[in-house]
Design a protein around this ligand. Sequence first.
Ligand code: AMP
Length: 354
Amino acid sequence: MTVRPAFTLGILGSGQLGRMIAIAAAELGIPSHIYAPDASTSPAGQVAAHVHTAEYQDAEALAEFAAGVEAVVCEFENVPASALAILAELVPVSPGAKALQTAQSRQAEKTLARELGIAVPDFWPVASAAELADALVVLDGPGILKTDRMGYDGKGQIRLDSRAAAGEIWQQMGGVPCVLERLVDFSAEISFLVARDAAGQLSHFPASQNSHQDGILARSVAPADCAETLLAEGRQAVSRLAEALQLVGVLAMESFVTATGQLLFNEIAPRPHNSFHWTIEGCATSQFTQLVRVLAGMGFGATDMDRGWQMVNLLGQDMDQVAGHLARPHRRVHLYGKTEARPGRKMGHVSWPI
Ligand code: AMP
């Protein structure tokens, strides 16, 4: 007699985060079912028990997918609202509608952080060249203009200063709603991660300290080398955000430590985060395992670490370094199964103790 497993996890999206969630689920005996337009050949599809290849707009396929799983987790935040509405009627969806909607918009996430009393760099939402021109006058110094939506890994943003020609810049950004931010003089970039279950209980991870190159995360080190008061402030901020968003799953918050020692919010991601990939080897429970445990009602695992860990990303242009990493016996090399190595594309990562 064949019996269906007690719990099958649905994963919406097919990238490396979905892949690492599916691997963590498999270790707990939980099969994963991937739904994406490119599911079968994707990084996540390669390691999943089932794949459903369909568009995010396909209501029938979404309903069929939902019928075969006990919960759905979104591995990217730009899930179309229509897909979310269909799934949420049928099955519990992580991280939840409010978390996804908020994280899809830089204006929304910064506004929420500010409303919760979390310090945020000065920012001005701009919806036209004229509004940009006005905001540049108020900025009166260096800044960054970012598209409100769909920006990631440094894409959709340009550095400028208040003397910039608003009309030209507006065209360069494609004439879409943007957020102008004051450029922060930071001494460190720190990210925080918390897991929240359906009962509202929280479990924090040690904070990571990050360095970026060309807007893309290059290296994370944990635990972050930062005053305990700031770390406590960051944990409190990410807790408040998770609570306000009624999030179920994991929430990452990226922040700056300014030259004067203030913690400033940058952005959130309501999903596992690149700066916590070191948790696979470096933490008692990885971010992926914790997420699966939350969704399957297994309770939190411990999140302590015995020693410092670091992680470096392997981008398309770094593939010639893979052999060197593999030759060092204590380095753990993760490759995501992507066949095309384009510059700036995340192909894998390596982690090892400090
Ligand atoms: P983001 O897409 O907002 O995470 O930005 C990518 C990277 O650009 C950040 O990790 C920072 O290194 C840099 N950056 C973004 N916003 C600012 C800012 N307001 N001031 C200084 N650097 C920034």
